[in-house]
Design a protein around this ligand. Structure first.
Ligand code: MRU
Length: 340
């Protein structure tokens, strides 16, 4: 997607460096971070400098490629296998991360030139992620009617993938095909990926939208102001249950109550056949400080973090929830729409 007229991907590799859009600074500052080692890329994933299932997957694939480049001849495979474990320990929920590390490792293991194969495999994972997202946009666009008001949660736009995104990809296509649409964006506390990232993406594309408080969606649904919901997914279990950003479950229950179609957009790399149901999906618990503090822009242009809760209170911060398949109208994938 374009930023200030220039095409960007969320994450890419050049030589032995991985380049990432610094998402913690958005929408206030647009900066690129250069990660020079697999350990630095691990930290970038952990600290959510890069986040979102597909982007995490691509970053993890490139981190594996960096590990292959960094390994010396002696103890080559021990080094790589230790690095794989470290990369996989960065974030537990997004299936794309594990898909990418496994693919890169397995393909390199079968090759005479493991480092080169690792780079090529990581690159093709990133390319496929971008292409899958574009196809999701085409399939999803067929569901969007002219005049629709669409609700989305968190950020499943291009920043959450290598390019295009999932939940937002159909919205971009609908807008390009000149459908008149409006997007309600859940702010998505505690890290506000909706208010900060989705809103920034939509503004860049000139798509009419409004940020709403996290607790406003049921009210809008009751008033008939939402025609459909589209969200992303971080992992999809074999029975069709999905894990997505905390708060998704509430929106799905409300949509079901008011008879509003609830769609999940995700590539097949997000499906985990080893998880029989959503109960088996590991749910990440993050630092309580993410609830207690908020980051914003001061009047003199500094990005600053301030306490927004009762001092000395504790917080609990589950990052994802599981929406049972029964609340999901369909899953939009790069291969087509799976309807339930
Ligand atoms: O914790 P994050 O920001 O990595 O969360 C992942 C997400 O962005 C969402 O859950 C998203 O809606 C689906 S994954 C693109």
């Amino acid at each position: 997607m374009k930023v200030n007229g220039k095409d960007y991907r969320t994450v890419w590799m050049e030589g032995s460096s991985v380049f990432l859009i610094e998402q913690n600074l958005l929408p206030f500052k647009f900066e690129i971070f250069e990660s020079k080692s697999y350990k630095q890329t691990c930290t970038a994933i952990k600290n959510m400098l890069v986040r979102g299932a597909g982007a995490i997957g691509s970053a993890a694939g490139f981190a594996m490629a960096q590990a292959f480049l960094e390994a010396s001849e002696k103890g080559f495979w021990e080094f790589v296998e230790k690095a794989k474990k470290e990369i996989e320990a960065t974030r537990p929920t997004a299936q794309n991360l594990f898909y990418a590390t496994e693919q890169v490792y397995q393909k390199a293991k079968m090759s005479n030139d493991p480092a080169e194969t690792a780079i090529q495999t990581a690159q093709s994972i990133a390319d496929k992620d971008a292409e899958d997202s574009r196809k999701i946009g085409e399939f999803g666009n067929e569901l969007i009617k002219d005049g629709y008001n669409i609700l989305t949660h968190c950020n499943a736009g291009w920043l959450a993938f290598t390019d295009f995104g999932t939940a937002l990809s159909p919205i971009y296509m609908a807008h390009k095909s000149e459908k008149n649409i409006f997007v309600y964006v859940d702010e998505t506390r505690p890290r506000s990926q909706g208010a900060r990232l989705t809103a920034w993406e939509l503004k860049n594309e000139g798509i009419p939208h409004a940020i709403i408080p996290d607790n406003a969606a049921a009210h809008l649904m009751q008033q008939g102001k939402i025609d459909m919901v589209i969200v992303g997914a971080d992992r999809i279990a074999a029975n069709g249950d999905i894990a997505n950003k905390i708060g998704t479950l509430e929106k799905a229950i409300c949509a079901s109550e008011y008879g509003i179609p609830f769609y999940v957009a995700a590539p097949t790399s997000t499906f985990d056949p080893d998880c029989k149901t959503g109960k088996e999906i590991p749910i990440e618990e993050r630092n309580p400080d993410e609830v207690l503090y908020q980051t914003g822009l001061t009047k003199d242009g500094k990005v600053e973090r301030v306490l927004v809760c009762s001092p000395d209170s504790e917080a609990f911060n589950p990052a994802f929830d599981v929406t049972p398949a029964k609340f999901i109208t369909g899953i939009i994938t790069e291969k087509g729409i799976i309807s339930s």
